[in-house]
Ligand binder design. Sequence first.
Ligand code: PGA
Length: 222
Amino acid sequence: MKYIVGNWKSNKKSEGVADWFGDFGQVYRKRAGVEVVVAPSWVHLSMADQARKELSGVKLASQDVSPFPFGAYTGAVAAEMIKGMVEYAIVGHSERRRYFHETDQEVANKVKQVKEVGIVPLVCVDVDYAKSQLAAIEDSAGLIVAYEPLEAIGTGNPQDPGEVEKVVAEIKQMEEGLSVLYGGSVNENNVGEYLEVEGVDGLLVGGASLKADSFSAIVEAA
Ligand code: PGA
């Protein structure tokens, strides 16, 4: 199974979400062995959930989740609230760690929250810290890990495929049975190189997922 995950970050308004699903619907066809996942913002999850019902097999992810359960945590979205709308939750993205000062322990708590309600955590790690980032997570069964080198995210400079292969192998050695995705400046032109990398189970795509046609080209390549 290859995962192709599109992370829209803070990029779309409602009209943009509707347009994207309209455009993607024109070109998308379900393919065996490819799991297509889109991560809109929380405010658009409900409309995205409606829209994807027309598109067989398209899954949704949240871009984040609260480290706390239901309760008095103003502004937080608990895993229980998105259960039923999303199959996956991205946690610990480097932008969350950098701009929102998330710690490894908070990321581990988020993993626990989503797992409790049956959502699959997609945990982002980078090369220097992958070991401690993963070590904080008590139970790593069923985790999907996205390896995202900081210097490759949003820069147009993806990491050399040979280096990606090396790090992905190292991550897989840390815990048995992990699926590992690569993320960082993947687009419709370089996607083939990264899909071919030994050990890579899929791709986390930011910028190139914002337009339905480029995301669709990436899905087709898988
Ligand atoms: P990018 O983002 O594809 O725009 O580099 C990847 C990510 O942050 O997940």
